[in-house]
Write a protein that binds this ligand. Structure first.
Ligand code: ADP
Ligand code: MG
Ligand code: MG
Length: 875
């Protein structure tokens, strides 16, 4: 089969085979854009390379050579030609873009002969040596794996000797000297000279790109973004163009719109007389793209047109890489641009208004998980701040944390639960683990498209970059802004929306939701089929839920209401009661309080359904811990000054001991409490109906749903249903009103799922409690699994995802499907929802749509995410 494609043989939809970069280079070539000619070695070859135990398929290099002939012809230069050499870049490119995670080598094909040829052909020795120097440095890093800093040291020493501060100030002679020193270094490290044969260089470089698929940072990145490790990378070999031949040359990156705000203006940065990596590496702070208009008006016009054309072609905001060689524009990359949530929403909305895309396309363009970012609190503009400096607003959101200068340290402290801000001159892909651990990123160099900025935006992390006033001294672990010194460990804040760097922490306020955001969610509501409810235990939560667009409450947990300081004494009395009367007495105090709780929530929801779950957790959760009581009783025994209190505590201790369970998760909890102490559930049921009746009297609409947790059998349901109906009748008679109510059950144990057809004879609704259902189906106790063996299960790929985050479709999902079918066979149209944490996780929402649930319920802040995910599932 074919291992290598010339650019014109590919297409944009061949990303799996050619990688994103290769497929888009192909597409651009075929649209007729100025792309330097090249070829793509497929991802299949990479997979084959690993299958063969890190060996090339036999005919690979033969094919590469053949394709190279075509490229030579197109470029009018020959690879290895001492007169006018063709140089190539060797670029990685996987199916999903992983910016900067894998390796690229530029200027390949240079050696002692070709460098002279290049110097002569371009009449520019300085340029030729600069290209050679860069090549040796990149090749040694990526292919030979000699530590970078050894080369940087040589470069820095030469600059110092020459008394210059920028690379481009070095003369041809100095560069020649650097090359000699580089080569000596390679000889010393490798015990062989730097490879001179271009074909050998190319072979080694291709292999290095394959290897880079499995470097540490690429693996971390893929884990973070849930990209499969099996995809492999393609390799692009492309004829070089040069942005570093003089002042009519340059290189840059741009977005067709602002990736931070979404504003519709060409947005980007460039450097004159520079080569590729210089812009992203943050070595010199680049110029805003608008300046190009003044410097090279014709090129700017052409670039603008190209950008617009690509955006229309891909129907999405593009992220472009380009190089200008002697006033001629070349396109080197395009891809759908990564963007903040704010930008995603605005771009999607604007593109619909501009007639570029449909509403459905717009809905698919926003990642539901991203919306989270918009709901988070921001710096209150009205509060005075101690602003220390200002950088570029690279990724919005505010973050506070202690200053840390090193990625490893950030990771260490972050793992220990500390909030840190990673402060660097610039970041490199090697810092990825520190970026993950930090609250936010602050850099002193580099622009909006620098590595730090791109990665932070991808993760939705606040970032301020290019804060040049900040002078970092890594050795002393401080940074200075003017006379102010900030030490490692000091608390600072950044505001990624404005670029401000602030001393100390900051006050945050609720975000304002944009018109674009609200409109997109409304479009979503028009196409989605799933209902979206929220889990809310208080009227405040219920209000938030309504604000975010919830159409009901899917789960009100009543246990939180038992925890309040005014209630706990009565709850404890109820637990300690030895007789029914004593228990009734305690419950009579709790009844009005519960009634008040339900009144507040039902009122807030204005007739939207409110599903209230009766008491669920084991009773010991309402009592002090054994340890606590042992300490207290021992102290009281020693001091002997309060015998009454001692007696009380000893009683409590006895009760706690008697309630002790070996496995509380599977112990005396859920409706088992209601079976053994029916009066507790009866109190709760009465409280729900009293509240409902009062509201109806006041002219409010109510729709209470009484939910029985942890059932396993229809007999349990019958037991409660009988009581529910009796109490409802009593309350309605007492208040002289009537209202509609339903009763149903959670499905959270495998037996309930299996017997769903029977349960549905009595239950009028089901709600999947997938937290418990996951625990009991897998036999994993969540708290014991996470942080212990689950990590190993994920690393060993026994499980693909954490089943407590992403619903386990294969196992838990199978039970759910069966329960849905069973339930609806008995009771057609049975209302079924989900209220576990999965209800707000996009992939799980999709699954709920697929198995025809009626609603998902999640925490109020995740309601917008669920709304969008439900819309996407329906498209
Ligand atoms: P990454 O995936 O890290 O962005 P790329 O393969 O895109 O790596 O290469 C990084 C940069 O190197 C490009 O943005 C471009 O500026 C430069 N580059 C790559 N190939 C060429 C080429 N053929 N000619 C000139 N510059 C190139
Ligand atoms: Mg690139
Ligand atoms: Mg449960």
């Amino acid at each position: 089969s074919k291992n290598v494609y010339l650019f014109h043989e590919g297409r944009a939809d061949m990303k799996a085979l050619l990688g994103g970069k290769g497929a888009n280079l192909a597409e651009m070539t075929n649209i007729g854009l100025p792309v330097p000619p090249g070829m793509t070695i497929t991802t299949e070859v990479c997979k084959e390379y690993y299958r063969l135990g890190r060996k090339f398929p036999a005919n690979l290099m033969q094919e590469v050579k053949e394709k190279l002939l075509y490229i030579e012809e197109k470029a009018g230069k020959k690879f290895g030609d001492p007169e006018n050499p063709l140089l190539v870049s060797v670029r990685s490119g996987a199916m999903f873009s992983m910016p900067g995670m894998m390796d690229t080598i530029l200027n390949l094909g240079l050696n002692e002969q070709t460098v002279s040829g290049l110097a002569k052909a371009t009449d520019n020795p300085r340029f030729a040596y600069d290209a050679y120097r860069r090549f040796i440095q990149m090749f040694s890093d990526v292919v030979l794996e000699i530590p970078k800093h050894e080369f940087e040291y040589i470069l820095a020493r030469q600059k110092e000797e020459q008394g210059v501060s920028y690379d481009q100030q070095l003369s041809a002679e100095s560069l020649r000297q650097i090359i000699n020193d580089y080569k000596d270094l390679v000889q010393e490290k490798e015990d062989r000279p730097f490879p001179e044969d271009p074909m050998e260089q190319l072979t080694m470089a291709i292999e290095a790109v394959f290897r880079s698929w499995n470097n540490d940072r690429a693996i971390i990145y893929r884990n973070l973004h849930k990209i499969s490790h099996d995809l492999g990378t393609a390799v692009n070999v492309q004829s070089m163009v040069f942005g570093n031949m003089g002042n009519d040359c340059g290189t840059g990156v741009a977005f067709t719109r602002n990736p931070s705000t979404g504003e519709n203006i060409l947005y980007g940065e460039y450097l004159t007389n520079a080569q590729g990596e210089d812009v992203v590496a943050g070595i010199r702070t680049p110029q805003p793209i608008a300046k190009l208009q003044g410097e090279m008006p014709a090129v700017f016009e052409q670039f603008k047109k190209t950008a617009y054309l690509l955006e229309r072609h891909y129907r999405n905001m593009q992220d472009l890489e380009f190089t200008i060689e002697r006033s001629k524009l070349y396109m080197l990359q395009t891809r759908n641009g990564k963007r903040t949530a704010q930008a995603a929403v605005k771009v999607a909305y604007d593109m619909v208004q501009e007639g570029l895309i449909s509403k459905e396309e717009a809905l698919m363009m926003v990642e539901p998980g991203q919306l989270d970012q918009l709901l988070h609190r921001q710096i209150d503009a009205k509060v005075e701040l101690n602003v220390l400096a200002k950088g570029l607003p690279a990724s919005p959101g505010a973050a506070s944390g202690s200053v840390v200068f090193d990625a490893d340290e950030a990771e260490r402290l972050g793992k220990a639960g500390q909030k840190v801000l990673l402060v660097r001159t610039e970041t490199t892909p090697d810092d990825i683990h520190g970026i993950i651990a930090a609250q936010g990123i602050l850099t002193s160099r580099g622009g909006m498209t620098s590595h730090a900025a791109v990665v932070a935006r991808g993760m939705g992390k606040p970032c301020v970059c290019g804060c040049e006033a900040m002078k970092i001294d890594y050795d002393r672990k401080i940074f200075a802004v003017g006379n102010t010194i900030v030490n490692e460990g000091d608390l600072i804040s950044i505001d990624g929306a404005t670029g401000r760097v602030i001393l100390g922490s900051v006050t945050l306020k609720d975000p304002e939701l944009s018109k674009e955001y609200l409109t997109i969610l409304e479009w979503g509501d028009q196409v989605k089929r799933l209902g979206i409810r929220a889990n809310a235990d208080t009227p405040e939560d219920a209000r938030k839920a309504r604000e975010f667009g919830a159409e009901g409450i899917g789960l009100t947990r009543t246990e939180h209401m038992f925890m309040g300081q005014d209630r706990l004494p009565y709850v404890q009395k109820m637990i300690l009661a030895e007789t029914l009367e004593d228990r009734q007495e305690a419950l009579s105090h709790l009844l009005p309080m519960q009634e008040g709780d339900f009144y507040g929530i039902l009122k807030e929801m204005q007739g939207y359904p409110v599903c209230i779950r009766l008491l669920d957790p084991p009773l010991h959760e309402f009592l002090p811990s054994l340890e606590e009581l042992l300490v207290e009783t021992t102290e009281l025994k020693i001091t002997r000054n309060d015998p009454a209190r001692l007696e009380e505590k000893e009683m409590l201790l006895k009760k706690v001991r008697s309630l002790h369970e070996f496995n509380p998760m599977l112990g005396h909890r859920g409706c088992r409490l209601g079976i053994t102490f029916p009066e507790v559930y009866e109190m709760q049921i009465r409280a729900i109906f009293n509240a409902s009746a009062r509201l109806v009297k006041e002219g409010c609409k109510v729709l209470p749903e009484v939910e029985i947790p942890l059932t396993i059998d229809i007999s349990e349901m019958k037991f409660f249903k009988e009581r529910i109906d009796i109490i409802a009748k009593e309350v309605m008679a007492e208040y002289g009103v009537s209202f509609h109510y339903v009763s149903g059950t959670m499905i959270e144990l495998p037996r309930a799922a299996l017997l769903a057809d029977e349960l549905a004879e009595v239950a009028e609704f089901f709600s999947f409690g997938t937290n418990d259902l996951t625990q009991t189906t897998l036999g994993f106790s969540r708290d014991d699994a996470e942080g212990k063996f689950l990590t190993h299960y994920l690393e060993a790929k026994i499980l693909k995802e954490n089943p407590f985050i992403t619903l386990d479709r294969k196992g838990v999902g199978k039970l759910m499907k069966q329960a849905v079918e069973g339930g609806r066979k008995t009771r057609p149209g049975l209302l079924i929802g989900i209220c576990g944490e999965h209800g707000g996780e996009p992939s799980s929402v999709e699954f709920c749509h697929m198995i025809s649930l009626d609603f998902v319920s999640c925490s109020p802040y995740r309601v917008p995410i669920a709304r969008l995910a439900a819309a996407q599932a329906a498209i």
